[in-house]
Design a protein. Structure first.
Length: 273
């Protein structure tokens, strides 16, 4: 699933291409009936986009937000395999295109999704969709105090807690593993067992890992491509994720793999304590 670095990469690329553009025509694949979450009727959804000007491209957690000139906001969640690709008119499309948005400069915004899991909303208040998300890790919202408060007295493994979007917005499986390794903390530790110093170390590690991955254009182990249709490069720089059996870059011990909260988890059993 695209996490914060991937969605932020797409946002940065789309912003200069879409800000000020008008959606002149929209099309949704009839065989993807779950794509419009609100309104759920495809014709009503399309009518709320056609003729509207895109004012900006914003991000909240793993969601893309497109404020419209009528006061509504178009919200997109890419889920597992979704992608928004900006394309010239007439460019070759594949069978995974589930929606097409024609812009007033002749370009297209294509929504591709292999597994048809992505969702879209057009709402007056985006808080209806993103209101329960926790603080953003790449701004001042994720403080040591906020993170410590979320972990205090929690018995669940810290890895499982980090995947809760109400605790940290945008953090997913890949970067939770990478941040815990960066911080030298075991993913199996109960959240409430972290000392104030360890919580601050974890906060700093989350920020560094997400900033580094964003600088590399995201991670493309699976289906992720950016708004230009290009793969990210951060998979070349991961320290533990999907590296089970390979040496830990810090101490040389073989990276282990286990499951935490039902999710595949990678860590160094020697230097993550």
């Amino acid at each position: 699933m695209p996490e914060l670095p991937e969605v932020e990469t797409i946002r940065r690329q789309l912003l200069p291409l879409l800000a000020g553009r008008t959606v002149v025509r929209a099309w949704l694949l009839p065989e993807a009936p779950r794509l419009p979450a609100h309104p759920p009727d495809a014709a009503a959804f399309v009518s709320l986009l056609e003729g509207r000007r895109l004012l900006s491209v914003e991000r909240r957690g793993k969601y893309l937000l497109f404020p419209l000139n009528d006061g509504n906001v178009w919200v997109v969640h890419l889920r597992m395999t979704g992608a928004l690709v900006h394309s010239a008119a007439g460019a070759t499309e594949d069978r995974f295109v589930r929606a097409r948005f024609h812009l007033d400069d002749g370009s297209l915004l294509l929504y591709r999704d292999v597994r048809k899991l992505g969702r879209m909303w057009v709402v007056g208040d985006p808080q209806q969709v993103v209101g329960k998300l926790g603080p953003e890790p790449l701004c001042e919202g994720l403080t040591a105090e906020a993170l410590r408060s979320a972990l205090t007295r929690r018995r669940a493994p810290v890895k499982a807690l980090l995947l809760d979007q109400r605790l940290v917005a945008g953090l997913g499986n890949i970067y939770a593993d990478e941040a815990l390794h960066e911080a030298g903390l075991s993913p199996l530790r109960p959240g409430g067992s972290l000392s104030p110093a360890e919580v601050e170390r974890l906060r700093q590690a989350i920020v560094r890992v997400l900033e580094g991955a964003t600088g590399h254009g995201g991670t493309s182990f699976f289906a992720y491509v950016d708004a230009r249709g290009q793969r990210g490069r951060h998979q070349l720089h991961v320290r533990v994720y999907r590296r089970q059996g390979q040496p830990c870059p810090r101490c040389g011990t073989a990276v282990a793999r286990t499951r935490v909260g039902g999710r595949s988890t990678h860590y160094c059993p020697a230097c993550q304590l």
